[in-house]
Write a protein of this length. Structure first.
Length: 276
């Protein structure tokens, strides 16, 4: 999320509410699994948008991004140097592109919101590495989503793994967020910060943790359309997002990459060499 327009309250959920939110998050995972199967050079991000819109409607849910503060599509499709909030368009996807698809749904009044970056065929080893490290950093952050920790522990873990170790640019202008009956609730979850700082994590708080990591500098700008965020240096950026429930011993990840990854491995157009 951008650093505006969120509900300024932290809401811990009941166990029943967590169960519904898990279904919402899983519906997004299933939609992204459809995308993983469908992706090949030549298709457009507008075709992906249509596929996702229809899949979500068929599952009795509402695409939550559509019309959110005027956002005009069901998914964000961010290719190469687009960091996040890219508009789906008519441009065919090419071999060598990296494509982040971010999707949100409302199911029975509760939000799911997560994202995955796909690699189309041949890319430079440094880009494969960026994708790998960004995905790893998401899990490093998730590990810290336990009761008694603070938001800064999550932020620090992500920054440590990407910026400090690898010299990548951690985007400052966009952050993760609480999730529930609203798409964006408190707390904000930056991908940079200090251990022990920020709000305390309570049991059954649900967080959308979403590292946005640039190969080059951290600097970004927003295009004239008011949404599309791009890197200033034109280098690629990677985005992964999971919905995570804070628990006492071990965080509970509500979304599911395993089904997306299984579909990704079956699709010969996609490069999965960085993790398989
Ligand atoms: N995951 C993104 C976010 O939390 C998606 C929002 S797109 C929007 O900001 F269109 F809904 F704003
Ligand atoms: Co989000």
């Amino acid at each position: 999320m951008s650093r505006r327009n969120n509900v300024n309250m932290m809401y811990a959920k009941t166990e029943q509410e967590i169960e519904i939110m898990k279904k919402a998050a899983l519906l997004v995972s299933k939609t992204l699994t459809e995308v993983a199967t469908f992706l090949k050079p030549g298709i457009t991000t507008l075709q992906i948008d249509k596929l996702c819109f229809e899949f979500v409607q068929d599952h009795k849910a509402i695409p939550s991004f559509l019309n959110y503060h005027g956002y005009p599509y069901s998914v964000c499709a961010s290719v190469n140097d687009v960091v996040v909030h890219g508009f789906p368009n008519h441009q065919p996807i090419k071999d060598g592109d990296i494509v982040s698809i971010d999707m949100g749904v409302i199911l029975n009044g509760w939000h799911g919101d997560h994202a995955y970056t796909f690699i189309m065929g041949d890319v430079a080893p440094e880009i494969l590495q960026l994708v790998k490290i960004t995905k790893e950093s998401l899990y490093k952050g998730i590990e810290k989503a336990i009761v008694g920790n603070r938001v800064g522990d999550i932020s620090f873990a992500i920054q440590e793994h990407t910026e400090k170790k690898m010299g990548y640019g951690v985007v400052r202008e966009l952050v993760g967020h609480g999730l529930g009956r609203s798409l964006h609730e408190d707390p904000q979850v930056p991908n940079y910060g200090k251990r022990g700082n920020g709000p305390k994590l309570k049991e059954n708080l649900v967080l959308a943790i979403e590292p946005m990591i640039n190969l080059g500098s951290k600097d970004v700008y927003t295009e004239k359309d008011g949404w599309t965020v791009k890197t200033k240096d034109g280098k690629v950026s990677v985005h992964f997002e999971h919905d995570v429930c804070v628990k006492k011993d071990k965080p509970l990840i509500l979304s599911d990459y395993s089904i997306i990854e299984a579909a990704e491995k079956k699709n010969i157009n996609l490069n999965t060499s960085y993790y398989s």
